[in-house]
Each structure stands twice: as C-alpha cells, then as structure tokens.
Design a protein. Structure first.
Length: 319
C-alpha cells in the first residue's frame, strides 16, 4: 500500500457491522515466526532431486494442537509416554525445539502463522472475551493480507480446513482462501479427525489441509481411559478442591484475570500443590489423547497420499 498504512481490521460485535478493511520459503517464514515448537515431516527425497523443479507439488497438511506445551513432547506421566507417536515422528522429521510463538493467545498467533507477519504489523490483537460479554470490539483477519491459503490457491492447491476454535471462525475472516472451511465448536479429537479425513476423500492433489485440535485447551475433559492411563487421582484432595479440579474453567479464568491485572481480587483460593498436580494430570491425559488422534490422521493420510508434507505445531503453550 502506497501510504504504508495497515488495512482496517476492527469488527464491531454489538451490531455485527464489519469495517473490513518460492512456496517453502514463504511457508517456513510463517512457521518460524509463530510457534513454540515445530515438527515438519518430509516424504523421502533423493539427493539428485534436490534443486530440481518438482514434477508436481506435494500435499501439505498443517496440524495445530491448541495450547499444546512444547515440553510435553517426549514427557512421561505414571510411567507412560505422553506422545508416543509425536516422539517417533520427531525422530523422522525436521524438529525445531526452540521456536517462539508470535503471541500468547490464539487469534494473533494464528494470524501470524498464516500471514508471516508480526502481531504489531497485522494488528489483529483483540478477540471475544469469555468473561466480558460487553467487550465492544473484535479484530478480524484483514482480507487485504495475503495468507498461505490464498497463495497456495494461486498455484493450484485445493485448500481445506477443519476449524474448531471460536476465535478463528469465518465471521472473523479465517475462512479466507479456503475452498472448504468446516467449523465445529470445540469437539473431541476423533470428530475432528473424521471430518478432516472426509474432506480429502475425493479431493485431487495437490491439497492443503489445515486441522485444528482443541483437546489440550481448557477445560481439560479427557475420557476415563486416558485419566487412568496417566494415574489421575483426586481421592486425597478436599471436596472443594476436587470440584475445582474436575471443573477447572471458572478457576482458570479467575486466576488468569487476577495475575494479568484485569481483576483486583480472586474469587477462588489458590489451589494446593497436590490439586495443581491433578490439573496437570488432566492436561497430560488430553496430550496423550491428542497424540493418538494426530497419529490416526497422519497415518491415514500417509497411506493414501505418501507424498505429503506434515507440519505439526501449536498456536501457543499453556501456563
């Protein structure tokens, strides 16, 4: 733009009024400015292929695990590896252990991920607040910004997404550039995986598939199988703390608002170390479950589309 001004990106929630305003290099530029860990699986390449123009473009699958801590790759709990699949895949892939997210929460981070811009450049700062329903503004992804999806469409890719985070819905511009954009409101991982596999059933290569898992995001509600696997047990907690651990959402936002200065006092007493450990074990159970879903997705796609690049990351970590 000649005046060097960024496009307007403010979305007025109250009345729904919008005031809209070389491949690998581009994509890696996006990724390396945006994440807390990054794993890239590349299909086998022969030495004499390097530097030569490819006969066809590879399929690309981007998997984002919301609020997935980088230090959970290879971690254990109760004698169980939390990421058996991701740990194995990391050994077969290009694995960046020391990457940094562009922002601490989803919407700005994913905007950076898709545009290769820093937050202060794209200016997508604000989002829906779960505790302040009268918050007047929410930023959208400006349609003037080129994203990885709009770029890939220009070179012939079919672009597909299964989106599950309410901060990234079509209303806020995140369906931009997608031929098919499926939005599901924070479903369990198996539903996400099934929808993703369904999307590519009849699609021709090359395709770009973006899949967003929400299992490692609060409220941490894993099945009993995974709770048992990580040794989850609240028997020694008080009734009050046990109730908070089992329904963690309200405590989480109370704690977050207090430590960030948005609230002058706490509604809840600080959890004991034992209760905090129980919360972490619920999170770890979700990590193990998410690892299994990613395994199923990657294995299924590799079986039918062996020439596929898989990029696995998180939008941010967890406190």
């Amino acid at each position: 733009m000649s005046d060097n001004k960024m496009p307007e990106s403010r979305y007025v929630i109250g009345n729904r009024k919008k005031k809209m305003v070389v491949f690998a290099v581009f994509f890696l530029g996006v990724m390396l400015t945006s994440i807390s860990f990054l794993l890239i699986y590349l299909p086998g390449t022969k030495d004499n292929d390097i530097g030569n123009k490819p006969k066809s473009y590879p399929n690309v699958v981007l998997i984002v695990m919301d609020a997935f801590r980088a230090d959970k790759i290879g971690a254990e709990r109760n004698g169980e590896l939390l990421t058996p699949f991701l740990s194995k895949l990391a050994r077969e892939s290009v694995y960046f252990k020391n990457a940094t997210t562009a922002c601490t929460w989803t919407r700005p981070s994913i905007t950076s991920l898709f545009t290769s811009l820093y937050v202060d450049t794209h200016q997508v700062y604000y989002g829906i607040s779960p505790v302040e329903e009268d918050l007047p503004f929410s930023d959208v992804l400006p349609k003037e910004l080129q994203t990885i999806t709009t770029y890939l469409k220009e070179v012939g890719y079919t672009t597909l997404a299964v989106q599950t985070n309410g901060q990234l819905s079509a209303d806020f511009g995140f369906s931009q550039g997608f031929d098919s954009f499926v939005f599901l409101d924070a479903p369990p991982g198996e539903e996400v995986t099934a929808n993703a596999l369904s999307l590519i059933t009849e699609v021709k290569s090359p395709f770009f598939l973006y899949v967003h898992y929400m299992d490692t995001h609060i409220p941490y509600d894993p099945s009993q199988y995974y709770l048992d696997l990580v040794g989850y047990n609240i028997d020694d907690l008080s009734k009050e703390e046990g109730a908070i651990v089992e329904d963690f959402n309200e405590y989480f936002w109370d704690h977050t608002n207090y430590i960030t200065g948005r609230s002058a006092s706490r509604k809840f007493e600080v959890l004991s170390p034992e209760a905090k450990e129980c919360v972490i074990s619920r999170y770890d159970a979700e990590v193990r479950y998410c690892d299994e879903q990613v395994r199923h997705l990657v294995s299924s796609i590799k079986e039918k589309h062996p020439e596929t690049i898989f990029i696995i990351t998180a939008d941010h970590g967890e406190h």
